[in-house]
Design a binder for this molecule. Structure first.
Ligand code: UTP
Length: 294
């Protein structure tokens, strides 16, 4: 019987250079989307899908992440004294999400390297990897369906999204073979291909479910593009021994490491909030009219 996934690993040790100077002294995973740091959305997604053992890979300058998920007695005391019970509840909830562990990646040597240092915590179990700068607003639907695929086949599963041809060179890209409408088997995988060399427009997005054999594949992975240990290369090696599946999804993902996506995430998620929507809609309409866009 297939062992069930219980653990999630959230790599959050990258330097976030695309978001400088905001990320000079604060982690990009702590950039707020509306009023919550983006990594909290990721942790909540894991917990909703039943993954309550969470390992966050942090690094230099990432202490704010640990503080965020910890208790803050002074703040709680102050809010209680002021009778601000709603805020108190929010603050307490962020320190009661799952069972969160931390490990440091001393050198940001790539996403593959970040995943490899989770080995001791994960052990000989399947696990999920969820990138700390990718927000899914689908009520954990994608992650749940990936866990279902893992339960069914006992194999690794990647999240895939069909992107515009000119965007594929920013992603890992797979050559797919269809299993059903939204499930594929990965025939091959390549990191950041040129548009003309890409085997498809299916991009690997920041959600993965891995069998523990990914660690052996990572051991065998040589530094690739940019001198980094690429997770994509390790997945290619794993795929030589075990079928790797891809779950295709369409909606609800924001890469907050990209400025435009970060802004989109803020607007979309604020529009989803009843207390913010009326004023924000009015502001957006007025702004677009004033600028002659509509
Ligand atoms: P990115 O590719 O977005 O890299 O990493 P980055 O360094 O964070 O950002 P840029 O490209 O310089 O702007 C994808 C995910 O992998 C993590 C990041 O924290 C992010 O969640 N990561 C990346 C690590 O944990 N360690 C690494 O060595 C590299």
């Amino acid at each position: 019987m297939t062992q069930r996934v219980r653990k999630a690993v959230i790599p959050a040790a990258g330097l976030g250079t695309r978001f400088l100077p905001a990320t000079k002294s604060q982690p990009k995973e702590m950039l707020p989307v509306v009023d919550k740091p983006s990594i909290q959305y990721v942790v909540e997604e894991a917990v909703r899908a039943g993954l309550t053992d969470i390992l966050i890979i942090t690094g230099r300058g990432k202490r704010a992440i640990e503080d965020h998920f910890d208790r803050n007695f002074e703040l709680e005391f102050y809010l209680e004294q002021q009778g601000k019970t709603d805020l108190l509840k929010e603050v307490q909830e962020s320190s009661e999400l799952g069972d969160i562990h931390y490990i440091r990646q001393k050198d940001p040597r790539g996403l593959g390297h970040a995943v490899s240092i989770a080995r001791e915590h994960v052990g000989d179990e399947p696990f999920a990897v969820m990138l700390g700068d990718d927000i899914m607003v689908d009520d954990s639907a994608l992650l749940r369906s990936m866990l279902d695929v893992h339960d069914r086949y006992g194999r690794s599963v990647l999240a895939l999204k069909d992107v515009k041809p000119e965007e594929i060179s920013a992603y890992g890209c797979v050559e797919p073979e269809n299993v059903d409408e939204s499930l594929v088997q990965v025939k091959s995988i390549v990191e950041k291909p040129k548009m003309e060399d890409a085997p498809s427009t299916l991009a690997v997005i920041g959600r993965y479910v891995f069998t523990p054999e990914i660690f052996e594949a990572l051991d065998r992975t040589q530094p690739g593009a940019g001198g980094e240990i690429q997770l994509t290369d390790a997945i290619g090696l794993l795929n030589q021994d075990q079928t790797v599946y891809g779950q295709v999804f369409t909606e609800g993902r924001f890469d907050i490491g990209q400025k435009v996506d970060f802004l989109r995430a803020n607007v979309e998620l604020a529009l989803d909030r009843e207390e913010l929507r009326p004023e924000l809609e009015k502001f957006l309409l007025e702004t677009l009219r004033r600028r002659g866009i509509i």
